[in-house]
Design a protein. Structure first.
Length: 300
């Protein structure tokens, strides 16, 4: 394909872990960031941001989308002299809904297209670049591929990420409960121990395997499949109100877990509604269908 000078990229946010699948399970959600990139032959950089995070994100080379683009241009070539970036963000920042992964996927995808590459043919390279920026592939793979993903990193000295996309059962209807407070992934990861009891590791491993079955074929097993002993209990000091909501939802029969690094709570309902009697004060409740397509590009 030729080299366009203007592209629009639409990328979904995501949820990760889904309880036991720490750094390995992810799912794309119908909540989208849009970026428009235009290139010029004369040097210059212009960045406009609207929507989520617009008051706080940098307007220079530190912007995450731009960092992802620069990294991708090193791989694909074709870096332009001048560039204008416009961002319209709908994915909340620092809430556990994959905003940084969405930015990374958007940036590397835009750069690939501007370099004259077909993003469908470069899916593996896009995954390596975006997941490499994240350090794990669950959110990045979900935003890139859409649907429910199982992601892993190859063993050995050479770092390489892999992911497989699966179809979510039609009876699974995600609902996100998004608090006003933010949570830093770096901070919440710092709460995790270097070692966990063998019994807890075995418990969580079995639930992770069960989660793949439950999400794709047996949603009636989601309550057991979303149990976790690996990371959520240790992160309680970072967002106690979120874990209280998780516990309240589960007491009312709704499979629920912390979304990614939190503090958003993910409820996997059968009808897209939360039961009466669950106190969601302090949380914005939003039904978010599963996105099945992943990142989309329009050449303008």
């Amino acid at each position: 394909m030729g080299r366009p000078t203007r592209v629009l990229v639409r990328v979904p946010g995501s949820t990760a872990n889904l309880g036991p699948g720490f750094d390995s399970l992810g799912m794309a959600l119908a909540l989208y960031d849009e970026i428009e990139v235009e290139t010029f032959e004369t040097p210059g950089l212009f960045v406009d941001v609207a929507g989520q995070g617009c008051r706080h994100v940098p307007r220079d080379e530190r912007h995450l989308v731009l960092r992802a683009m620069r990294l991708a241009f090193e791989t694909f070539g074709g870096a332009p002299a001048g560039l204008r970036l416009r961002c319209l963000n709908a994915v909340p920042h620092s809430r556990g809904l994959g905003s940084s992964a969405a930015a990374a996927v958007a940036g590397v995808t835009a750069a690939a297209v501007l370099a004259g590459r077909d993003p469908e043919l470069e899916r593996d390279a896009l995954l390596q670049l975006s997941a490499g920026m994240e350090g794990h592939a669950d959110n990045a793979a979900a935003s890139l591929l859409g649907g429910f993903v199982v992601a892993w990193e190859a063993a050995g000295s050479a770092r390489r990420f892999h992911a497989e996309k699966l179809d979510v059962h039609p009876d699974v209807h995600p609902v996100a409960c998004v608090p006003d407070v933010e949570s830093s992934t770096k901070t919440t990861r710092g709460l995790l121990p270097e070692q966990v009891p063998l019994a807890d590791a075995a418990f969580t491993g079995s639930r992770c395997a069960l989660a793949v079955l439950a999400m794709t074929r047996r949603p009636d097993l989601l309550m057991a499949a979303t149990e976790d002993r690996l990371h959520q209990p240790y992160r309680r000091p970072a967002y106690p109100s979120s874990l209280r909501l998780v516990e309240a939802l589960r007491e009312h029969g709704v499979p629920a877990a912390i979304s990614g690094a939190g503090p958003t709570v993910l409820a996997l309902t059968g009808d897209g509604a939360l039961p009466d009697g669950v106190d969601t004060d302090g949380f914005a409740v939003q039904r978010l269908p599963v996105d099945t397509t992943g990142v989309q590009v329009e050449v303008r």
